[in-house]
Design a binder for this molecule. Structure first.
Ligand code: FES
Length: 182
């Protein structure tokens, strides 16, 4: 897959049918730590956004394509929207933070602080870039001590078992499901 696509859409909950969503994709979502309500909202989002659904279905049915393109599926609590980045694995952004970090992909595809904060521009001295990794395996699944120590500095957002810093987490060979908390 050579193209890069970045899409963002508002969500609304209602009952839906999953027949147009590939079994592989549906399983990946259902095994995530997202609540059932958010999962259903995401399936509805896919029902309405056929281009994104088609690209995700294709990737999940042809997993060899993950060597070229990793989808990062994100739920942003504050805005109640989903964002799907179809990352180009062949061109890894060098910064902010670690090369190929989740934050670097968001920034290289035009997403600013209004989507994902980065007060220190990836210097590992804030924690504003925290995300929850709800499914998928990172290139570096275990945080370094320096990252681990920063996870709990924000009293307003105590870390969970899923919390990582997006400037330190490197996209690997697995699709990802994330939440950006309020
Ligand atoms: S942007 Fe500051 S620690 Fe990640």
């Amino acid at each position: 897959m050579s193209s890069i696509n970045v899409e963002t859409h508002k969500t609304h909950s209602t009952s839906i049918n999953h027949s147009s969503i590939s079994e592989e994709l549906a399983n990946f979502v259902s095994k995530s730590a997202w609540s059932i309500t958010i999962q259903e909202s995401f399936f509805l989002f896919l029902e309405k956004n056929t281009d994104i659904r088609s690209k995700l279905n294709n990737l999940f049915k042809n997993r060899d394509l993950f060597t070229q393109c990793i989808p990062i599926i994100t739920y942003q609590e504050k805005k109640d929207i989903f964002t799907v980045l179809f990352t180009n694995k062949l061109v890894s952004p060098p910064e902010p933070g670690e090369p190929g970090s989740i934050l670097s992909y968001f920034r290289s595809y035009g997403y600013t602080d209004s989507t994902l904060y980065s007060d220190c521009y990836g210097q590992l001295s804030c924690s504003s870039c925290a995300i929850e990794v709800m499914n998928g395996t990172l290139e570096n699944p275990t945080p370094r001590d320096e990252e681990y120590d920063m996870l709990s500095i924000d009293d307003n957002r105590p870390p969970t078992q899923y919390t990582r810093l997006s400037c330190q987490t490197v996209v690997g060979d697995s699709p990802l499901i994330l939440t950006i908390r309020k």
